[in-house]
Design a protein around this ligand. Sequence first.
Ligand code: DOR
Length: 435
Amino acid sequence: LVRKVPHYQKIRFQKLFIKGGRLIIPGCKITLNPGIYIDRGRIVKPFALNCSQILILELKDSEYLSPGFIDLHAHLREPGNSESETIARGTLSAVAGGFCEVLCMPNTYPPVDRGSLVRYLINQGKKADNAKLLVIGAATKNRAGKELVSVEELRKAGVVALSDDGLPIGNDKLMYELLLLSREFNLPIINHCEVLALSKGGVINDGKIARKLGLPGIPDIAESIMVLRDIVLQERTQGILHLAHISTEKSVKIIRWAKKQGIRVSCETTPHYFTLTEEHCRHLDPYYKVSPPLRSKRDVEAIKEGLVDGTIDIIATDHAPWHMRYKKVPWIKARPGIIGFETAFSLGYEELVLKKYLSLENYIACLTQKPRKLIGRSLLVKEGDLALITIFDLAQNWLYREDRIFSRSVNSPFINKELKGKVTKVIIENKLFIF
Ligand code: DOR
């Protein structure tokens, strides 16, 4: 049975004037909103207001306007698993979480390793007309880790990065060649760092809970050894390297060291790696099963420190929807993943901003400016730019209820949690979404 889409409004407009609220742009001071004018999807200079077709949007004092959020890491499951998510529902779920743009991972069936599939996805994204869809191509054919894709073909079809996400690019030589190609084609390589020989057979973080329950563990070094390898290769190749969903203290230390050496590397973490620990897996509720696994308290603290000093550049969601048939099964069999779009902003606001790890401005930079920089785009707030704007209300607390989830799947351990700060409106070119 397909779940109903919760109530929201999607209003198409020609001209919009946004007044009230505050304006937050990373790198600038937070100011009162001077008034933003949008005409046919672009930010424009103030124009005569005595025109009858202007839609006026008035914000509360507690509402902030920010450049639209962009998510570098999401799974939309098309093609191959549309019972878990579709591009239409997934990109709507993204908008509900404030994301105007989403990069979708290629671990679909079949994987996105050829130009025709890239074009198909871009087309589906346009049809859905929600968050703008940007496609990440596979790095190796069939994501099998043996043979490189035709980077030229994928680039021509429109991919913005390459990754075998869900699986690492484990072969050193292939990773070396990919990093060289990333320079030539100006495409980031996003690696899921996991030495499979070390993680194989493991089902939970190799730590306290694994020992207590007598389960085989996935050690932190399965991640950090590949982080180190990638950095060594990056130093040699000077490619464009981005490390996905970093979860361990050791990885943070290695990336911090690399950045100090002037090695160009970027990385992301996700809300579950700075809000949840292995302790949450104690009852083996599959909603807490993710890859890499939830780690120790010490790792979580290191992730937050990494965000504080800029070692970790980006917050992505790793939105990983799974139909109940893949989650309502014993822990060992359950697929890893948590849906992430709709809770990301609020989780980060509470855990990082309210707990004083990050200023609001630096937090917003992790959702807007820094991920855009990786794919060679700038912030969109100037006159002439496409109107991509996220509006959130910091005074609004809300209950994350299952019946209000926009994603097609509901695999979130945060259901029934009271959240602080809510995305209330999103503007994507000529569309205003109200939640
Ligand atoms: O938890 C995860 N789920 N981690 C991944 O790397 C893949 C993802 C998925 O595709 O479900």
